[in-house]
Design a protein around this ligand. Sequence first.
Ligand code: GDP
Length: 471
Amino acid sequence: TGTTTPPKSASKSSKSLNIESELASNKTYAKPHKSFVVIGHVDAGKSTLMGRMLLDYGIVDAKTVDKLVKESMRVGKGSFALAWILDQTEEERSHGVTVDICATDFETSTTRFTAIDAPGHKDFVPQMIGGLSQADLGLLVVDSIQGEFESGFAMDGQTKEHTILAKNLGIEKLCIAINKLDKEDWSEDRFNHIKSELTEYLTSDEVQFTSDQLDFIPISGLTGNNVVKRDSTIASFSWYKGPTLGEYLETIKLSTNLDSKQLIDEEFFLTVSDSYKDKGELKVTGKVISGIIQSGDSIISLPSEVKLPIQSLYVANKKMDFAINGEVVQLTFKASQVSNDNVDPFRIGDLVAKADIVGGGSIKSLKKFTVSLHLFNMDKPLLVGMPFVLFRNNCQVPARITKLIEVTSAQGKKKKKNLLHLVSKQTAIVEVEIEGSSSLPLTKYTDNKTLGRIVIRREGATIGAGTVVDY
Ligand code: GDP
């Protein structure tokens, strides 16, 4: 194929690092990493909140925040867009691809954060799915002002879809920032009213969060109260005994925050979000879904099955010896080692694993697999054989159902015979086939909670979500 197969010894890490002691002694890795995606209606206060957070954590100065908020309004994507402006080098910006998923990294004294922007426009939902699948935690910003919340803005169609997608792409926790409480005199009643309305909706059949996945925090992004700092002079806010939003984000325990032993034992996977050639190098960006990867390791990309040794590894533009789960990493390879045949070795959505593990690993490139699927509200039934788009993380492929194995109605009645179509709110065990010549790298949900999930969309609407149960 022209692809250089690395010598056997190179499939082990070229540099022998004691990862366990590295993790313990390295100041960066002593801090857990958390990614959160910011969701909310236009004007809910997302830009203002993110600006305030970065300001009060001392990441940027007031003048810069002001400029960025203005700039984000000018760019006007209906999202905070700070990330795009803050984080990217000129090269990345002109390259364009990463603009779709706006992520910014920042670090506090205890935690490394990635904040991910959820593009507001409907056309961006596919990119949005990619962004959401990189997040561990959702931050839903709602406007608490009398009338604004009541008019249903808090849960407009777009915010609803983002929230449902977040749930089905595997975020563990949804933090709801009840914002602009300065305008409601920090009223406990107002806070509790909004909290109970949103809890009812978010735990409904439509969204299916459990109440222990939800946390509510009263804030004002504008004044900054309870974002990173608490203003103790406000008497009407003395009822609140919980954490600030910053304390919450810093202390919340996530399943990705493993100890070093667990991390070392975990299988390594990365999802590709971007790749391009530059000055004799092939640069591949993606999120480490699980495990650890070291500079010098040999990797395999799926479905192309191209194997390459990693030349160097960057996290947040810094050269590192290794990267761990949760991190967005850039891997570089010698472009001369990549063959020039028709196969693009790293397409958006492809999966990267360690070269010496595949075969024995849980990941498979598949054309057919079995899914436990939950249907949302659909305006027409889904028939066997009807085309739809299937998403796994940031990967999208045309697909269809080839067989209905079992259908459970919204009322809980199971049926196994004479099954021809699915309607809203049903749950079903189905066989799914990828259209065309391509295959999709997947794991079972029981092997990996992120890579074993799928979402399906048809005619621009999300119609269902599920988990891979067998292949
Ligand atoms: P986005 O569209 O969600 O990014 O919302 P913006 O951050 O652009 O905020 C929309 C409007 O709400 C702006 O006029 C902000 O000044 C205002 N705003 C944002 N946060 C607060 C807040 O906590 N209190 C008050 N009173 N106004 C706010």
